[in-house]
Design a protein. Structure first.
Length: 636
């Protein structure tokens, strides 16, 4: 009996010992496993429990004007955040009061998640300091990048704005968001033994700032254009308006403004409809500002010359069942007179003669009916119906700017063709694209020159655009007054767009300016409403560009056009000296350059052909007196 008992006890001891040995072995195996096989995993787990990681937005790249002046920049500003599960519940009410937030709203915000949550972003430093002075656990101050536009409303429609998360939402900020945004950073913050975040931290990946973008915009010209537009729109109690200023030689957009304006630094205070850039989104019937291109298309056929006579039906003409009227009834006008007197009937007769296809090709080559290629979001292509859909009525209407819709930018680009010797340059806002611009000839330099002269006459005392001319300068341009289409068909009674498009100085254009005023109330005519805004801009911009009044190489002039395609430009300088001058070589000069050369020396100029000078008379070794004729032959 005793032996059996001893045996039982011994076996129990052995079993217990075996279990202990097995336990020790298991612990040893587990220790080896943890030490050798899972050490990296456990280290990572411990690291995660010890640290929290936060993504930080990179500063956006600056937007600069052509002179390097700041148009948009990113400034550091305080924001408040919290680790939601670390904020004591008994201090939520105190925190809510300091933030100016309701207790319930803050509770909901903190209750949505346990980790990181934003409390208030991009706030005044004083507010952030007051909250941090409360020393509430879990609440921390972060530094964020806030976008700032120094010119505010002046550039709001063009530059757009940026959301609180640093993403571009409108305008150039949206179009070039990828380049401006840069690369976000990743920051680690340590936690103490109780899991509370400590104020120090380290970068896992530092943020990389976005690229800088330089525009063709000139902030001084932009300010002038915006102020002149605002003054003009308000003085007419108009619905709105837009302005585009371009440099015709390379397509650079120097200014683009819309009214009413909005401040992109406080964009949430405005209705989304106020954010749109009217210069590229809004289309309108250009009215008489389209007539220069009808005339250019007619001249291109060779069947029409500037002095070709047109019977203008004494102010009323029927086309099918449609009657065309002129505001100033005339019996006979030449082609130049059609533009100067703004005859709808004369324009319609030229269009009906050359046909829908020729007119359509001129319009589309000038850029109407297609987006300009600036890349700006929201840009409209306008409306130009295919010529197969043009009957006689449509052809006649389009000749004087009805039945076609364009944007202010398209109209400015088209007028740049006339100012640039018939060469089309795509408009651009980005300075790095200027060297990549490729011109396209859409009309001969002779025809561009002839139409430009007509446009200068249109701003004389005999024309409709006389109020566009600053004192001491000469302008080539055209007014337009267009009744607004009714969405339900026909035209809206009493609603008009007033337009002026032109360039200056007329002899050597440096700027093209287009002004559109939407639904003016006091007057409806482009010559009364839009032309004075043009003058206001031009009389400030031209001196800024170094072009002095009475010093543009022009003087009083008259031009004699001939049926054989030659022209004589006679210039009487304002202060001509009666002395002998050398007939220097003009070989290789363009028409515009040789015109300037002759004007500065007080010579009559007789031109044959178009393109560049290949021959001159008298030769370069001869001498001439003021008022004598320099004859040149040009070839493409």
């Amino acid at each position: 009996m005793i032996n059996k008992e001893h045996t039982y006890i011994r076996r129990r001891i052995e079993a217990i010992a075996g279990l202990l040995v097995l336990g020790v072995l298991l612990l040893a195996v587990r220790a080896v496993d943890l030490q050798w096989f899972q050490s990296e995993h456990l280290s990572n787990l411990a690291e995660k429990q010890r640290y929290r990681q936060f993504t930080t937005i990179a500063p956006r790249g600056p937007i600069l004007d052509q002179k390097g002046r700041m148009l948009a920049e990113s400034l550091q500003t305080p924001s408040l955040a919290a680790i939601a599960d670390e904020v004591p519940s008994d201090r939520i009410a105190e925190l809510a009061r300091a933030l100016g937030m309701s207790h319930k709203k803050l509770q909901r915000k903190l209750g949505k998640r346990k980790g990181f949550v934003w409390l208030a972003r991009q706030i005044p430093p004083a507010v952030a300091a007051n909250v941090m002075a409360l020393n509430i656990p879990g609440v921390r101050q972060e530094s964020e990048w806030q976008r700032y536009h120094p010119l505010g409303p002046e550039t709001g429609h063009l530059l757009g704005f940026v959301g609180v998360d640093g993403r571009g939402l409108e305008g150039i900020e949206r179009t070039w968001n990828k380049q401006l945004s840069g690369e976000a950073g990743l920051r680690q913050v340590r936690r103490d033994a109780r899991g509370h975040s400590l104020p120090d931290g380290r970068w896992v990946r530092a943020p990389k700032a976005g690229q800088a973008i330089t525009l063709t915009l000139d902030s001084s010209i932009q300010s002038v254009a915006y102020a002149a537009l605002a003054e003009g729109v308000l003085s007419q109690n108009a619905k709105g308006g837009s302005v585009v200023v371009m440099r015709p030689k390379d397509g650079a957009i120097l200014a683009m403004a819309s009214w009413p304006g909005y401040n992109p630094n406080n964009f949430r205070h405005y209705h989304p409809s106020e954010w749109r850039n009217r210069a590229i989104t809004d289309v309108f019937e250009p009215g008489s500002t389209l007539k220069p291109f009808t005339i250019a298309a007619a001249l291109e056929t060779g069947r029409w010359q500037p002095d070709t006579k047109i019977y203008c039906e004494k102010g009323s003409m029927k086309v099918a069942d449609y009657t065309i009227h002129d505001d100033h009834p005339e019996e006979w006008l030449d082609v130049t007179g059609v533009l100067v007197r703004s005859s709808n009937i004369g324009s319609a007769k030229m269009a009906l003669d050359i046909g829908a296809r020729s007119l359509y090709e001129m319009m589309t080559k000038a850029g109407f009916g297609t987006r300009s290629g600036t890349g700006l979001s929201g840009e409209s292509s306008g409306i130009v119906l295919p010529p197969e859909r043009w009957g006689p009525v449509e052809t006649a209407n389009i000749a004087f700017g009805q039945g076609i819709a364009v944007t202010p930018l398209q109209l400015a680009t088209a007028f740049s063709v006339l100012a640039n010797d018939g060469l089309y340059m795509p408009p651009t806002l980005f300075a790095n694209r200027l060297d990549q611009q490729t011109p396209t000839r859409i009309m001969s330099s002779t025809i561009a020159h002839q139409v430009s002269q007509m446009l200068e006459y249109a701003t004389s005392t005999e024309g409709t655009g006389s109020k566009a001319v600053p004192s001491g300068y000469r302008v080539a341009g055209k007014t337009g007054t267009a009744q607004k289409p009714n969405p339900r068909g026909g035209y809206s009674k009493g609603k008009y767009d007033a337009v002026f498009a032109g360039f200056a100085p007329a002899y050597d254009p440096q700027v093209v300016i287009v002004v559109l005023v939407d639904e003016p109330k006091k007057s409806i005519y482009g010559g009364q409403v839009a032309a004075p805004i043009f003058r206001n801009i031009a009389e400030n911009v031209l001196p800024y560009l170094g072009i002095s009044a009475h010093n543009d190489g022009l003087g009083d002039h008259q031009t004699d056009e001939h049926d054989n395609g030659t022209s004589t430009w006679q210039t009487m300088p304002i202060a001509a000296e009666h002395s002998m001058i050398d007939a220097e070589s003009v070989f290789g000069m363009s028409m515009r350059e040789v015109r300037r050369f002759s004007a500065q020396r007080g010579l009559r100029l007789h031109v044959h052909g178009s393109g560049w000078v290949t021959r001159q008379k008298p030769t370069a070794s001869s001498t001439l007196e003021h008022g004598e004729t320099l004859e040149v032959w040009l070839n493409e």
